[in-house]
Design a protein around this ligand. Sequence first.
Ligand code: ATP
Ligand code: MG
Length: 336
Amino acid sequence: MKTIITGDRPTGRLHLGHYFGSIQNRVKLQYDYDTYILIADVQALTDNFEHPEKVRDSVHELVLDYLAAGIDPKKAHIYIQSYIPEVAELTVYFSNLVTVSRLYRNPTTKHEVGQKSELFGEDGESITYGFLGYPVSQAADITALDGDLVPVGEDQVPHIEQTREIVRKFNAIYGETFKEPEAVLSPNPRIKGLDGNDKMGKSLGNAIYLADSEEEVSKKVMSAVTDPSKIKKDDPANPDICMVYYYHKLLSNPNLDTVCKECRAGSRGCVACKKELIGVLLEFLKPIQEKRKYYEEHPEEVEKILKEGTAAARARTKEVMKRVRKNMKLDYFDEQ
Ligand code: ATP
Ligand code: MG
């Protein structure tokens, strides 16, 4: 059985972009692959090092969201990055195999540094060693578990390429040790925002969270962007440029054909259409939120899931690290 490594940085709750962009696919894949889901708290600290409490709280929220959204702890191992010290060790070994200029050239890192000017300076002149190097630690996350496949959004593709380069170099110097993991692009690599933004995202302020209340969902949907040429309730409109229609489609509204026809004919007002979407969305979120509530009320079960997932990941990593240390000639004697 092939191994999948995937995960998220604990920096907040999960939203619909995460769900349709990655979680839904993971839920499907967990039945066919040995699945490890990483809560990347060490990586989250690279740009949140001043806010450990945010990372800590988000770990809790993330686990609840995973379980609520259908990650099955009997199938997938959910584990915490900082509890696998071998990954930090492997990151150090890998750091010799990557040039600083290569890390600066990574397009995703460049883009992220540009978005975080308050932390890293206007021109990225204050970028930290840790942030610049996070694709190296990501390579260690994947290879330390002998990962075959890494399901990702499109922004992560450069990092997987970086991992593959490190693997090739490592194997060339120290002998065949790792396999080259492959990125598997999610079927929906970018979910748009209801505000018409190209992407739904936490920091864009346009996210609908899996745990949002009925009031929050209603408020967000009512402010969604529709065809701007439609002024009056019975003007015909173009659903292809309407975010409300986009979400009707994403959520597989069984009434989709009617929504489309009525919109084009001008026989459907935007307010009624938004109200229908709120209903579809609440129906979709209901089982997710019921499951979340169950786990919120059973923290001991959640802790057990995390402990077991982390133990499984660590046991596997230790085996891989024996191979690494042997090939790097660091196997002086058996550990006590
Ligand atoms: P931020 O705005 O702080 O960057 P975010 O909402 O983009 O937050 P991340 O934690 O950066 O959330 O997202 C983790 C991963 O989830 C991303 O690497 C991406 O692959 C996926 N993802 C996030 N938002 C979307 C989206 N709108 N569509 C598809 N995938 C997404
Ligand atoms: Mg992001």
